[in-house]
Design a binder for this molecule. Structure first.
Ligand SMILES: [Zn+2]
Length: 136
């Protein structure tokens, strides 16, 4: 049984392994931080948030200072799908943001059918606009 956890990750409950949802790559033990199984790009935040003012003329340009902030991008080592991003001070270890009770998850899913794709909900109700009711 595989359980969908995020848009990009799922857990194989039998093997207790994180997997990439895009390609099915086996990443790392589900009892560890999934980021240990991914490739990491330590990105200069100025590549994403460019200067709004000329850095030759101003000390503060609204771009993040790379000595204070880094963007860590995590990618699947097999297919290259971006799995996660996070903003951290330089040198800070990756945040362990998903830590599941696997035994409880197994108990929760033991009698359920596997969900391979997340269900798509109905369209949100249309907002009623006065005088528009008969035209639709
Ligand atoms: Zn992948």
């Amino acid at each position: 049984m595989k359980v969908l956890i995020t848009e990009n990750l799922r857990i194989d409950l039998e093997n207790e392994r994180w997997e990439c949802r895009a390609c099915g790559a086996d990443l790392v033990s589900a009892r560890e931080n999934y980021k240990r199984g991914l490739l990491v790009h330590d990105r200069d935040p100025r590549e994403i948030h460019r200067h709004l003012l000329d850095p030759a003329r101003y000390a503060f340009t609204y771009a993040p200072n790379p000595a204070w902030c880094r963007i860590l991008e995590y990618y699947c080592p097999k297919c290259g799908s971006m799995i996660e991003t996070e903003y951290l001070p330089p040198g800070h270890p990756p945040v362990h943001d998903i830590e599941l009770d696997l035994d409880a998850l197994k108990a929760q899913w033991k009698d359920r059918a596997e969900v391979k794709e997340p269900p798509i909900g109905s369209d949100p109700p249309r907002r009623h606009v006065h005088g528009e009711g008969a035209r639709r």
